[in-house]
Design a binder for this molecule. Structure first.
Ligand code: SF4
Ligand code: SF4
Length: 107
């Protein structure tokens, strides 16, 4: 289970730069670049809602990843030791990305 850090504080699941979900889905089936990936589990934090201070977030999550061009992707599981999800101003999943994505393709 990779370590997961996330800078997307506009996401309802974010708790002090960690993700409160035990499992997330990363999208980007044909991604050749980090910008083409996204965290499909993103959920916009509602305007005015309190930050999830009481939410206990572990620093690891199961990652189901559709970005099969990534060199860390092994049959939709992420085999990187640690990943970083970014997109500090994201309003929707498309505004996020897995910054650890590295293309394993040579074409
Ligand atoms: S954007 Fe994804 S990784 Fe980040 S807190 Fe939200 S669900 Fe978790
Ligand atoms: S590092 Fe690669 S395999 Fe792991 S979540 Fe990011 S894009 Fe998917």
């Amino acid at each position: 289970m990779p370590k997961l850090k996330c800078t997307v504080q506009t996401c309802a699941h974010n708790s002090q730069m960690l993700c409160a979900l035990d499992a997330i889905t990363v999208g980007g089936e044909s991604a050749k670049d980090a910008r083409e990936t996204c965290c499909d589990s993103f959920q916009q934090r509602r305007e005015g809602s309190m930050s999830n201070v009481n939410q206990s977030a572990s620093d690891r999550s199961e990652i189901d990843c559709k970005a099969c061009e990534c060199k860390y992707n092994d049959q939709c599981k992420c085999e990187a030791g640690a990943i970083s999800v970014e997109g500090s101003t994201a309003k929707q999943a498309e505004g996020t990305e897995c910054a650890t994505f590295e293309c394993g393709c040579h074409s």
